[in-house]
Design a protein around this ligand. Sequence first.
Ligand SMILES: Cc1cc2nc3c(=O)[nH]c(=O)nc-3n(C[C@H](O)[C@H](O)[C@H](O)COP(=O)(O)OP(=O)(O)OC[C@H]3O[C@@H](n4cnc5c(N)ncnc54)[C@H](O)[C@@H]3O)c2cc1C
Length: 384
Amino acid sequence: MTTATVDVRQEIRHRFGAFIEERVNPGSEERDVTNTPIPRELLREAAEIGLLSLSLPKDVGGGGADLFTWCSALEEIGFLCRDTSFTATVSLYADVANTIYESGHPHLIERYVSGLARGKLFSASAYSEERDPFNFRSTAVRSAEGLVLNGWKAIVTGGVMADAFMTYFRDEAGDLCVVMVERDDPGLTVEPLVTMGLRAAGHAELTIKDVHVPLGRMVADTDGLTHVQRLLNLRRLTIPCYALGRMRALVNGALEYLSSSERYGLPVTQMKNVQAQLGRVHVSLQMCRVAVDYGLSRLREGKYDPVWDTVFSTVKYFVSQQALALGHSSLHTLGGRGYLSKYGFERYVRDAMGLVAGAGALDILEIDLGAALVSEWETGRWQR
Ligand SMILES: Cc1cc2nc3c(=O)[nH]c(=O)nc-3n(C[C@H](O)[C@H](O)[C@H](O)COP(=O)(O)OP(=O)(O)OC[C@H]3O[C@@H](n4cnc5c(N)ncnc54)[C@H](O)[C@@H]3O)c2cc1C
């Protein structure tokens, strides 16, 4: 771990540790069991203390943290926060707002980016609809007054609490455009979804029926595919960062229990089979650390492809696989305790499952990474 990462971690604990401990963690089990979204009040408070707005530019009231600092911060928030739904939602709202900021449209920035910095307006991202983008059923048609929108979006993180949705539509030319749709727009329906894990992340599906919006709501009028790839590209580094934080927390919890659990007068941490499991966990954590740090170093040096970075996709793929394997191995070493909801380990397993499809299915990433390798080989760019 670099000195810069350690500094960020200390700073995050100092600034936000008490808020997470006293405001976010209590009630997190209850929210999980009852499928209750994170209260908007909590998100508003997170904005007020500068957590939700840490990565937003200073000129809109944000903390001005660069991407390296933001990702390092997310790892520590992921570690401290028992509610991964909170970390997932906060990171997504911030990443969406930064994407809107990049559009450069002052009125959109004022409404949606400054709105988030003030904790008043939360925007989610609505892209997926179980189809290829050229075949999207969500369409935007120009009218005399602006745009008429129709369609459906399958799963939107933070959708239940969101005021607005950065939404992708197929236009009349078959290109993708990106439009802000607001919760109060007549014709928009937001339906909460019940999910396996991340149950407080307020996942929702959207139905968009003859929604009329002015042209000024357009974030990008062409090439929405590149637009979403830029967002997902970054998410493939932010997500593994907080996933690693959660992995560290799970290992801490497991070690605490295993070292106090005795069999035949010895803590089970002295059993060779448990040590072997822990050995694999140790290797896994260290390698995730290396992978994340490598991704972060590329961010720091600005040496990454902003649309589809091979290293970011690799980090997402690798850390997700390791996070899933860690959940599985914890069930072996923790016995019945691993299966009981009150200790949080089984929740980790369910939450981690979101990594399989979130920000691009692992199966597809595998194909894309394979294709990237073939292309590098064929064009002589592959460095052995
Ligand atoms: C926790 C979570 C949060 C999410 N949050 C959001 C969000 O905020 N906003 C949003 O828009 N979406 C969100 N999603 C949706 C997510 O982005 C999609 O589920 C993901 O991109 C996969 O798309 P899909 O569900 O259509 O599955 P598919 O693309 O249908 O993939 C399912 C499987 O089909 C096979 N497959 C599909 N296409 C191919 C192909 N071309 N070649 C070979 N095999 C293929 C693969 O085995 C693949 O794993 C979220 C999903 C999860 C689980």
